[in-house]
Design a protein around this ligand. Structure first.
Ligand code: PGA
Length: 241
């Protein structure tokens, strides 16, 4: 049976009591793999509360040293972090993270055995000008030329215009774009193309989860807003099970 993955991206939201609430669930019982990408400060607490699959939302591009305010991949590993979001559009645009920086970050994670969740996605301008595929190819090519994909790699396709807007991509558009991404990978390796998980993100909720997941190339979701309430997050999982 196909294994779906749903990743909660809390961004800079939530608090200790929300972690208490989420940790009262037994997430391992579901056929859907759930991952919780939390603010750095909460990772250790979530782990101690029994949440197994925890992820960060960023990591330093450096291994250690005089980088005030940064967190290394080794530190994430030490607190039991298994996943890390890289290149979310909010970091690409708000924190000017270039492809070069993102590739360094992926390398740091891979050195520590942490699984990257690599975000790609076109802007609204690209979308209306039909430049989405060009943009996606530019974003994915550095992963391919640096041989960074492996059979556990996760790509999250998040059209920027769908993030936090309540306007998710249509199932047809999501499938077409996921298939485009898979074919880019297949040009390099057919085996990897079948194994790499391609998640959709952008205004996923309990109402659209089913129609989006019923597409061959959609392997799960990266969920922002709807992951901040236990009830709405559980409803998304139920739609997929
Ligand atoms: P959203 O965010 O579900 O609130 O649109 C998704 C994301 O940014 O990862």
């Amino acid at each position: 049976m196909r294994e779906y993955t749903v990743i909660a991206n809390w961004k800079m939201n939530g608090d200790l009591s929300l972690i208490d609430e989420f940790s009262s669930e037994n997430w391992e019982e579901s056929t859907v793999k759930t991952v919780f990408s939390l603010p750095y400060l909460y990772l250790l607490y979530a782990k101690q509360k029994g949440i197994k699959n925890i992820g960060a939302q960023n990591v330093s591009s450096q291994a250690e040293g005089a980088y005030t305010g940064e967190i290394s991949a080794k530190m994430l590993k030490e607190v039991g972090c298994k996943y890390c979001i890289i290149g979310h559009s909010e970091r690409r645009s708000g924190f000017l993270e270039s492809d070069d920086i993102l590739i360094k970050k992926v390398n740091q994670l891979k050195n520590e055995g942490i699984l990257p969740i690599y975000c790609v996605g076109e802007s609204f301008d690209d979308y209306v000008k039909h430049n989405s595929e060009d943009t996606l190819e530019k974003q994915i090519t550095p992963l391919l030329i640096n041989n960074l994909l492996d059979d556990q790699f996760i790509i999250a396709y998040e059209p920027v215009w769908a993030i936090g807007t309540g306007k998710s991509a249509t199932p047809e558009y999501a499938q077409k774009t996921h298939n485009f991404i898979r074919n880019l990978i297949a040009d390099k390796s057919n085996i990897l193309a079948k194994k790499v998980k391609i998640l959709y993100g952008g205004s996923v909720n309990a109402n659209n989860a089913k129609v989006l997941i019923n597409n061959e190339d959609v392997d799960g979701f990266l969920v922002g807003g709807a992951s901040l309430s236990l009830d709405s997050f559980k409803k998304i999982i139920k739609e997929i099970e």
